[in-house]
Write a protein that binds this ligand. Structure first.
Ligand code: PMP
Length: 420
């Protein structure tokens, strides 16, 4: 068993976060052998034996942040219970070798669970990478095309725009449609799109986090050898997706499936191996695929957290069930907005309103600061809209409980009654 240094080995440990109290039994009650070395003890008890976690969920706020975002409470509690000593290994996941059998079991299970959640076929690689979705804005063109190749970008918000701008450095991208002049409120009809017959790929952002515009259906590239690429950062694992419609899907974890620091890429294997010569090794998908995401030290703890979330989503019944919950939550919030007689307003076209990010404005914009202040008093935080659009935005990812949305809706009605 591993030896662990502690500052005060016999002191009762009490950690209080603003969300949860965790009581650990005094170390003296645990069967431990103090070694000769000062402040060093070796423990034979597992963390689970000695840890009693009392969840006081009333201590947690409802966090409507766009990301990093709220995580499922049971996942946090499980991580907490395993933090100090993972499965009797005598160490936390943060301290493990990424090449050891324990971490391998963690990453393999995370991948297997994600594969069953999204029904990912064998001919797709699943990669756990770093650098956020922003890094993928460069990695996608670097891996999927040669410098002069044409590619199409359908821009329904500022993330798609950023992806396009980054691609300009590595290939020949064209914006085939942009919603910018209308302030990004819709997805165009696919029929009228002027898709390039030679484009190596067509890029979309499946859910624009800032503007709250979500694809409900997907366009098909005109080039029969071209592929659809999607940034799914903010709706990843929020509903079933037919992965086979895509050549590549990427998603930063910090909205729906874990902490920041992990970016997941799902890529069809036949697309691997053609990276441009200048591609940094860390951006070469083939290298990561050949090494099962262990070419270098991966974001181990973040991957472990994603794994706990995937396990939780499977326990909930998979993505069909998760989608039903998300539809219900989004439904009551959009209804409240639409029924407010203009007091609140969501600018996005109804057919493409996001189930994840709900932007809305107040008719009397001078009340926005008060709305945010009052909401915060009620333990509903991070409702301020993105700095580029203003207003409010409620991000209601998988982990936002229905109770959180119901509380927000009740608050909005109350606020309206006071100020209408
Ligand atoms: N794409 C989308 C849709 C996003 O919402 C974000 C982050 N909010 C990004 C890309 C950028 O992600 P990261 O900060 O992980 O690079």
């Amino acid at each position: 068993m591993a030896a662990t240094s502690l500052n005060a080995p016999n002191a009762p440990l009490l950690q209080k976060t603003h969300q949860t109290h965790v009581f650990l039994k005094p170390i003296s009650t645990i069967p431990c052998q103090t070694s000769a070395k000062r402040f060093s003890i070796s423990c034979s008890a597992t963390t689970q034996d000695r840890l009693s976690v009392q969840s006081q969920s009333q201590d947690r706020v409802f966090n409507f942040a766009a990301g990093p975002a709220t995580l499922p409470e049971n996942v946090l509690l499980k991580a907490q219970s395993e933090l100090y000593n993972w499965h009797g290994s005598g160490m936390s996941v943060m301290e493990m070798s990424h090449r050891g059998k324990d971490f391998r079991s963690i990453i393999e299970k995370a991948e297997a669970d994600l594969r069953s959640l999204l029904n990912i076929p064998e001919n797709y690689a699943v990669l756990f990478l770093q650098g956020g979705a922003t890094t993928q804005f460069a990695a996608v063109p670097l891996n999927l095309c040669a410098p002069g190749d044409s590619v199409d970008y359908l821009v329904t918000g500022s993330w798609g725009d950023k992806a396009f701008k980054e691609a300009k450095k590595y290939c020949n991208p064209k914006v085939i449609w942009s919603g910018k002049s209308e302030n990004y409120v819709r997805v165009p009809s696919f029929d009228g799109l002027e898709l390039n017959p030679n484009a190596k790929y067509l890029h979309i952002c499946a859910n624009e986090t800032i503007y709250g515009v979500e694809f409900k259906d997907y366009p098909v590239p005109r080039n029969p050898n071209g592929v659809l690429v999607a940034d799914m950062s903010s709706n990843f694992c929020s509903k079933p997706v037919d992965v086979t419609k895509f050549g590549l899907i990427y998603a930063g974890a910090q909205k729906n499936v874990g902490p920041s620091g992990v970016c997941i890429v799902i890529v069809r294997k036949d697309l691997l191996g053609n990276a441009q010569e200048i591609t940094p090794v860390m951006l070469d998908y083939k290298i990561h695929a050949d090494n099962n995401s262990l070419y270098n030290t991966p974001p181990c703890y973040g991957i472990y957290m994603c794994g706990l979330v995937f396990e939780d989503l499977l326990k909930q019944g998979g993505l069909e069930e998760v989608e039903k919950k998300n539809q219900k939550k989004a439904g009551i919030l959009y209804n409240a907005i639409d029924e407010s007689k203009g007091f609140y307003r969501c600018p996005v076209e109804k057919s493409v309103r996001s189930l994840m990010n709900v932007p809305f404005t107040l008719e009397k914009s001078e009340l926005e600061a008060e709305f945010l202040k009052e909401a915060e008093k009620e333990k509903m935080v991070q409702l301020k809209g993105h700095r580029s659009v203003g207003g409010m935005r409620a991000s209601i990812y998988n982990a936002m409980p229905l109770a959180g949305v119901e509380k927000l809706v009740a608050f909005m009605k109350d606020f309206q009654a006071k100020h209408a």
